[in-house]
Design a protein around this ligand. Structure first.
Ligand SMILES: Cc1cc2nc3c(=O)[nH]c(=O)nc-3n(C[C@H](O)[C@H](O)[C@H](O)COP(=O)(O)O)c2cc1C
Length: 207
């Protein structure tokens, strides 16, 4: 039996996408191992050079939640949810530990060449540009994470409404990292709003 079937209520990917809504009210219970399985699935997201610059802080303690709530303009979902995932990217750590993510499939020499290519490309960028690069990768993971959560019966709300510096200080994160989003997660205690989206015709051109 795979880890995924240990969580009741797995949905097909299409169902998970259709039924995902931003949820701001939660039931308090969520086993830690369910959260860990959702995070594991999210880390299967793709990234340039497989560099995986994303990192997580999981906020569960009432004291830290209260401070995070203050840094997130008193948005109550941070207090309501059993956990809030603080998703951030650390391009500096990525740059200096590239050997960890270079695929063994390339063989030893190939791995070293790949590390050199990645380091050369990232070294040309400023710290700010590298941070932007890391944030782009982490946003890909964010999408996968929300769908993985829904697929296993949990709900989320992505949040950019928070003060970057205050959250970094609160969690002891270095200045150079970028926080991609706060993501409260848990079992929904509300239905959320129906989707309200542009039509495909409004968004798409065929050439
Ligand atoms: C990058 C991003 C930042 C967001 N920030 C917040 C936020 O700070 N607070 C909040 O309540 N919702 C936030 N949302 C949720 C959006 O309001 C929501 O995704 C949108 O209205 C569509 O609704 P749905 O997620 O239910 O489909 C954010 C969504 C995204 C993608």
């Amino acid at each position: 039996m795979t880890a995924i079937s240990a969580i009741p209520g797995s949905l097909r990917a299409t169902e998970a996408i259709e039924t995902r809504r931003s949820i701001r009210k939660y039931h308090p219970d969520m086993p830690l191992h369910h959260l860990q399985e959702i995070l594991r699935l999210a880390t299967l997201a793709p990234s340039a050079w497989n560099a995986q610059p994303w990192r997580f802080v999981v906020v569960a303690s009432p004291e830290v939640k209260t401070q995070l709530h203050a840094a997130a303009y008193q948005q109550n979902q941070v207090l309501e949810a059993p956990y809030t995932i603080v998703l951030y990217s650390d391009a500096e750590d990525t740059l200096h530990t590239a050997i960890e993510t270079s695929h063994p499939h390339f063989g030893e020499e190939g791995q070293i060449r790949q590390v050199q290519t990645l380091q050369k490309a990232l070294s040309r960028l400023s710290i700010e540009q590298r941070a932007q690069w890391g944030d782009t990768q982490a946003n890909i993971l964010l999408g996968v994470l929300m769908v993985a959560a829904r697929g296993l019966g949990y709900d989320t709300v992505p949040m950019l409404g928070f003060d970057q510096s205050k959250v970094k200080t609160l969690l002891g994160l270095p200045e150079h990292v970028t926080i991609t989003a706060l993501l409260p997660i848990g079992r929904a205690a509300e239905t959320g709003r129906p989707h309200h989206r542009h039509s495909l015709e409004r968004l798409t051109r065929y050439v």
